[in-house]
Design a protein around this ligand. Sequence first.
Ligand SMILES: *Cc1c(COP(=O)(O)O)cnc(C)c1O
Length: 480
Amino acid sequence: MNTDEIIRKLEQLNIFSSELDIPEVQRREMANQVVDYTNTFINGLNKTKGYEKKEIGNLAIQKNKSSLTGLLNKYQKEVAESGINAASPKHLGYIPGGGVFTAALADFIAAVTNPFASAYFASPGAATIENEVINWLKSVFSFPPNSVGNLSSGGSISTLIAFTAARDKYKIKNELITKTVVYLSEQAHHSAQKALRIIGLEDVIIRYIPLDINHRIIPKKLHELIETDKSYGLNPFLIIATAGTTDTGTIDPLNDIADVAEMHKLWYHIDGAYGGFFILTSHKDLFLGIQRADSLIIDPHKGLFLPYGVGAVLVKDANAVLHSNYYTANYMQDGHNEELLSSPANLSPELTKHFRGLRVWLPLQLHGIEPFISCLEEKLLLIAYFRNKLYEIGFCLGPEPDLSVSYFWYPFETDADEKNKQLMNEIHKDGSVFLSSSIINNQFVIRIAILAFRTKKETIDEAVEMIARCLKIVLQSNKQ
Ligand SMILES: *Cc1c(COP(=O)(O)O)cnc(C)c1O
């Protein structure tokens, strides 16, 4: 193709290709429209249900162009108004989300400016923000300055990074795998076993550590299991403790478990995905020993109420993390002289990624830490309030939780599991507040998890009213 022809074709293509770079007037108009939409959404949160089950319409990508107004309407109907409303104060199931508004603003800025936060040489400022968030986390959890960390998409990927480092440090491979033992509680989150499978450790031996009546690991039993395994010539490797279990809100005795891990020289991992940030509250004593972990995961998209998509991992041994994640490539040679540990990509399976640091950094700078702590303290009081209220109307309660998750059931005289299931169904049908269920000690129970920053006393009152209303329906239907 000759140069004139190239120029002519480029001019033709530009008519369409330049449409992606929209002019300022339109940028402002669209941004305003989106802000108006989100304002309406937030203003409606107290009036809308926590859960709505419905059929989803056509969301396939269309050949013809659509207007933003049309698409926002569709979004509202098909996405915002269906399923669990995770931005709502009324999300009290699983582990509630959040969606702090200032984090959304940070995401907007990050997406528009689009710095390459994974490599220090590409964006020293963005990489530094990522690293300062990690530094802040190290100080919150009293991890030493020479430990490393990474901002991931969430707890599951954080666990993957931690376990891979553990695997490589302890050289768990080949025939050693089937002799290797991992110790955990049956209340440990399923992402732990999923991570083991993904990193090629599916065939390790899993030992469930006996728990006390509060669902806490019994350190002495853990010690005994390890001793027995050693006497059989097995290879004890990894202990997983949880600082805030998903089902029961329990914190394992972290410091006593650290003693056991240290004595036997095992890798000690703590899962603080749900509960970690409660270390900032009046319950901080329960976290004693957390700094002794070899690896720790925490989820800012849970305990800091940020929008989904930001987790964090801290690991003491930098070399163990570098072993699996640090790679060089010819096309990246321009960055070689920069500091190894300043580039997040060297500590993560991800290379290119969303600049997540900003959505943690900006809200913390704008609001300060105090409002976050107050929100967490509120949740601790609200769970106590909820339990008192439910007890008053005849429910049985699980043990007093360490944090803001608890479970309960109604003591129906016969077929209690079946009828509590029925009660759960009624609650989902009602949907004014969303709760979820679980099986604990072979019993069907209903769970409440209070973590959304917008959840206040009024929400809990509404939940109790709803539960009482649904109980009435179940009791009535079983009379006939
Ligand atoms: C939510 C959770 C996880 C998994 O984290 P994701 O961010 O959902 O990947 C792991 N452990 C615990 C205790 C959790 O509550």
